[in-house]
Design a protein around this ligand. Structure first.
Ligand SMILES: [Zn+2]
Length: 261
């Protein structure tokens, strides 16, 4: 009997435009605590204010000072992010891209680990903690590129105020990223959901859109999620163990000459 791993691999090989969608579950396997749920940073420290972006706009200097002083959950988060390394799930996704099977990766994670593992076509829908972004022209910078001597820092290109690239509560998803996500989703006939309950919008809308157009959904998660009832294949287990098995299946399948039925 065909295993879930085989079904997932076969579906992906039969699809034209597989898009990945990853969430906190992938980061957790690199020892980054999730924000929400049991053991979550915000569960322990309290959620940041829902109007974080409006507060930033009202007083960017103060927000920068708080950020640099690393109060509350930020200290633990930044310390974890700075030492985090990609895990086998990140490498498996990068390999699926290299193999030409995965066309694009949308991530809700801010930890930069998909890029660190070698993924190239990545849309970081909630930003990237290692980058800064101008709120006026949208230019992104590496942290080292921008002096923090005077706060808030200003954009070398347009003199707009610079904030972290991480998307705050109340902040719209940067339009360039959202456009890419929507384009990739509209092309996708198979979405691979890894470590995400696809609960938070706008990411939650992407698998729904793929499903609505008759595409397939594959889920890899240790637990049942809100999206499980809509998935064609649900693989229960750690992403770092299951994704490499899908990669192995995909790599040997053509050599075995099996039919795709
Ligand atoms: Zn700018």
């Amino acid at each position: 009997m065909e295993s879930d791993i085989e079904r997932a691999g076969r579906l992906m090989l039969a699809s034209k435009h597989v898009v990945g969608l990853t969430g906190a579950g992938v980061s957790v396997e690199s020892n980054i605590r999730p924000f929400r749920g049991p053991g979550g940073l915000w569960t322990e420290y309290g959620e940041p204010p829902m109007d974080g972006y409006q507060r930033f706009l009202a007083n960017p200097k103060e927000d920068w000072e708080q950020r640099l002083s690393r109060g509350g959950y930020r200290r633990e988060l930044y310390e974890a992010l700075e030492v985090a390394k990609p895990n086998p799930a990140h490498y498996a996704l990068a390999e699926l891209e290299e193999l030409g099977v995965l066309k694009y990766l949308i991530t809700q994670n801010v930890d930069n680990l998909h890029r660190a593992a070698g993924s190239k076509e990545v849309a970081e829908i909630h930003g990237n903690f290692s980058k800064l972004r101008c709120i006026q022209c949208g230019s992104r910078y590496e942290r080292e590129e921008i002096s923090l001597e005077a706060l808030p820092p200003h954009c070398p290109r347009c003199n707009g105020v610079i904030k972290s690239d991480g998307v705050m509560f109340g902040e719209p998803i940067p339009s360039d990223i959202l456009r890419i996500c929507e384009e990739e989703t509209s092309k996708s006939d198979c979405m691979l959901l890894v470590g995400t309950s696809a609960f938070v919008y706008p990411a939650a809308g992407f698998p729904q859109e793929v499903k609505r157009r008759g595409g397939a959904l594959i889920e890899v998660d240790p637990y049942e999620t809100g999206i499980t009832p809509f998935c064609d294949v649900s693989i229960r287990g750690k992403a770092g163990e299951m994704l490499p098995r899908i990669v192995d299946y995909i790599k040997v399948k053509p050599q075995r000459g099996e039919s795709s039925t």
